[in-house]
Structure formats: C-alpha cells, structure tokens
Design a protein around this ligand. Sequence first.
Ligand code: CP
Ligand code: NVA
Length: 302
Amino acid sequence: MTRHLLEVDDLTATELASVLDLAADEYPPHVMAGRGVALIFQKPSARTRNSSEVAVFQLGGHPVTIRADEVGIDTREPAEDVCMTLAQYHSVIGARVLDHAVLERMARVSPVPVVNLLSDRSHPLQAIADLLTLRSHWGGELAGRRLAWVGDGNNVARSLVLACAMTGVDVSIASPPGHGLDEVSLDAVVALGGSLSVASSPAEAVKGADAVCTDVWVSMGQESESAARTEAFRPYQVDAPLMALAAPGAVFLHCLPAHRGEEVAAEVIDGPASLVWAQAANRLRAVRGLLLWMFGPHQGRG
Ligand code: CP
Ligand code: NVA
C-alpha cells in the first residue's frame, strides 16, 4: 500500500519517532538516486520549497518545482490526472494546495507517495520540524513538556497539536471565539492519547508552558478576512509580558513568515527565547528524514 503524508498522524507514533531520528543524519545515503520529486505550489513558499529541493538533492534525487498555473490543477486538467501524469516520472508528489480535498483526491489515485507541503487544513512537515527543534533544545526528551498555542487554530496549529499528542507533549491553546481548533482535531488529540486544554485567555494558556507558539492571524487564502481577523486577534499578541508568564527558560516558536507587531512582538521573535531560525533550519532535516524513512533501508517501517 502506498503511504501518503497528508497529516502528521498518517504516521504512527513509532514511525514519527523514526522520522525524527533519521532527520538527524547530516550525511544521508543517496537513497533517491535516479528519482524525481515533483513539488507543486498553489501558494507562495520560501522555506518549504527550498528545504524540499535541497533535501531531495542531498539524497541524490532531482526535485522539479511546479507552479500551480503551469499544470492547471482542476482548470487545465483534473487534480487526479495531474497527479497520475507526474507519477509517471516522479517517486513523490509534494503539493501545497488551497483546498486539502485536492490532496485527498490525489492520494486516492496516486501510485507514489503524496506529501502535503501545506494545505488549508494541515502542515505536517512544519510539525515535524518543530518537534525536532524542541527535542534538540530540551536535550532529547519531549514527553512531559508543556506547549502553549496562542492564536489561530489553523493548519499549523492542527498538525502541531497532533504531533504533540503523538510524542507526549501536553498542549494548552487560547484562541479568539470562533477561531479555535475544530472538534475533529480535538477528538483526534484525545484518540491519540494526548492532553489538550482549551484556555480562556492567552495568559491562562501560557502559564507554566515550556514553549509558546503562534502563527499569523491571516493565513494564505484568508486575505479577504484580514480586517476582521486583525481586530479579533489583537489581544492574542505574544509579547514579553505574556512570555514572562511561561515557565523559566520557556522558548518561542513561529513557523514563519511572521508579522512583527501583530501576532508577535519584535522583542520576542528577535529575543533570546526565540527558536525561529532553528525551526527554519529543521525544515530541511524534517523533509529529509521523511524521504529517508520512505526510501532508505527502513522503507517505511516504524
Ligand atoms: N513555514 C513555511 O511553511 O514557510 P513557507 O510558507 O515559506 O514555505
Ligand atoms: N498558517 C500559515 C502558515 C504559513 C507557513 C498559512 O497557511 O498561510
């Protein structure tokens, strides 16, 4: 059966642990020699495109980045046909899509792994990078730590809370009314045996947390909601007084791109608690670890 990665919990907890371990291999074998990887983008990207291209190169393969308008998903031809065509040449189809359902349709027909490079619903490679970042900062152990998510219950939040549930990290989340994590995600965390509490304020979420995370107030594709969102999220900025409520030595995470003065104060993202550049660096290790797990001697075992 072809394994896809549309969400981080498409891996078992044991498989996720293997991917994290493989990600640490700085001199990986050329397990993708002679193989192509298609990277389709319906939205802009700095980190995902570049980390994926370099990871494929480091594994001996050849990445081909494709702007969505070049292949015309569901305009020039159906998503399924785009996917099937690219699968004739490539060993992986990575796609960043506006609508998660497009990834699901591709995965249904694809004979090669489909990897989510960010959808409106999830961002699994970011969650893997964030676990790598925290694990390295905390000296190898994730279980028993506490992470606070302040802001939108969005794609990045959804994947991160699932990843936390799979690794024993307790989560508290504070979001403006109407912008919290959906019930399906909350149920999925419980089903994974995770611990997640919904706080009534950023201060309550952050109290005693070992890591504080946020993301933009307006994700790609939500630009028309910009004014209303900016208004609703204003009390949710992560600033120095909020960070002071977290545990001593707490760190700050943001997947980037960030907007200083909106979801995060410059003094926090550019301050000593910030791990954002380690997160960006770990995007390369995350996708490399996943591809090593898929194509290396492991071949998708736990
Ligand atoms: N964090 C992240 O996915 O960045 P890009 O949108 O630049 O790829
Ligand atoms: N939530 C953001 C993440 C960007 C990496 C978005 O979807 O635009």
